[in-house]
Ligand binder design. Structure first.
Ligand code: 5GP
Ligand code: MN
Length: 315
């Protein structure tokens, strides 16, 4: 399945790798795993990642990230975890510098792009698909590659708890552990360590929470001003929705946060009854049935009312 893409990699010298803006564990894990893998093949490879949450600082190679493509063109651009090229952390100008593009993604609804497309919504994560891609390249998995892919799979599956975790996912994870993935450190750093400011943001989120439809919808908004006061950046301010969703009786949780660029971002989570990707798409975003998001276009009150109505019709 990867034959043509593998040939393309083999003949490319200068390769860039990019994932979506606000990169999560899957975006970071898949891109930097490819980075290390292509270094093994002596490629001139770079990961474009303008910003990320510092909780990922421990991941191998992340300090080598770059902001853009500095050359006039590149042989190959590998894009992961972005269902739509407009979500990539790269300008249109830089995207157009690539002679060939590989797309690796696991979203259900997508606007496919690129010359070689590996899209499988039955896979847990872009990292799980990347595992098979790196295998096809014939590269031996180093401990660094294994740790990165494990991170991507662990984070996108809620530590192997969400229903995107298949037996195949667990087999890939097991293999990564055999290759030396530092799974204890990954869990400690990402699941079991929090800045004090982040815990204070949890408190703020809960404080601001509103409840609709007998608690089936939980909604909270935290302004950028409050986030900034806590000393938290855009990437670090996400992840609050899961706390709301965990409340007994909750079907849909929505967390809206202000960002440094003045926009408002909605994060949606569902416990399974409501396919929130449909709602997110209606509001100009996208995602998965249980995890989706969008950037608000109108003011908070207008959007909130529309959202409550939309959720109410599905709940
Ligand atoms: P989060 O709530 O963690 O920011 O996003 C959850 C999921 O929703 C992401 O994995 C991504 O698939 C999707 N998502 C979030 N924001 C957007 C957006 O603005 N546009 C699109 N297309 N998808 C989004
Ligand atoms: Mn993903």
């Amino acid at each position: 399945m990867f034959e043509e893409a593998v040939k393309e990699v083999e003949k490319s010298k200068l390769i860039y790798v990019v994932a979506h803006i606000n990169p999560d564990g899957d975006a970071i894990g898949s891109t930097f795993a490819i980075y290390h893998a292509l270094k093994e093949l002596d490629k001139d490879v770079h990961v474009i990642m303008p910003s990320y949450s510092h909780v990922f600082d421990f991941l191998p190679g992340i300090e080598n990230r770059v902001d853009n493509i500095k050359e006039d063109e590149c042989d190959l651009l590998i894009c992961t975890d972005a269902s739509d090229y407009t979500r990539l952390a790269i300008s249109k100008e830089d995207f157009d510098k690539a002679k060939k593009v590989i797309m690796i993604d696991h979203h259900q609804i997508s606007r496919p792009y690129g010359d070689y497309r590996f899209i499988d919504d039955l896979k847990s994560s872009a990292s799980e698909i990347t595992f098979h891609f790196i295998k096809a390249l014939g590269i031996e998995f180093t401990s660094d590659i294994a740790t990165l892919l494990y991170t991507g799979i662990m984070t996108d599956t809620g530590s192997f708890n969400y229903n995107n975790t298949s037996a195949a996912t667990l087999r890939v994870a097991a293999e990564l552990v055999e290759y030396g993935a530092k799974y204890i450190e990954v869990c400690k750093r990402l699941n079991d360590t929090m800045k004090e400011a982040k815990l204070r943001l949890v408190a703020k989120t809960v404080d601001n929470m509103e409840s609709f439809f007998d608690g089936k919808l939980r909604f909270s908004y935290v302004s950028y001003e409050d986030i900034n006061k806590l000393g938290i950046n855009d990437e670090e301010s996400e992840g609050m929705t899961n706390y709301l969703r965990a409340i007994e009786g909750c079907e849909v949780a929505v967390y809206v946060r202000g960002r440094s660029d003045g926009t408002l971002k909605a994060s949606l989570r569902s416990n399974g009854k409501v396919d929130i990707s449909k709602i997110a798409i209606e509001f100009g975003g996208g995602g998965h049935p249980r995890a989706a998001g969008y950037t608000l276009v109108e003011d908070l009150e207008t959007e909130k009312e529309k959202l409550i109505k939309a959720v109410g019709e599905m709940i």
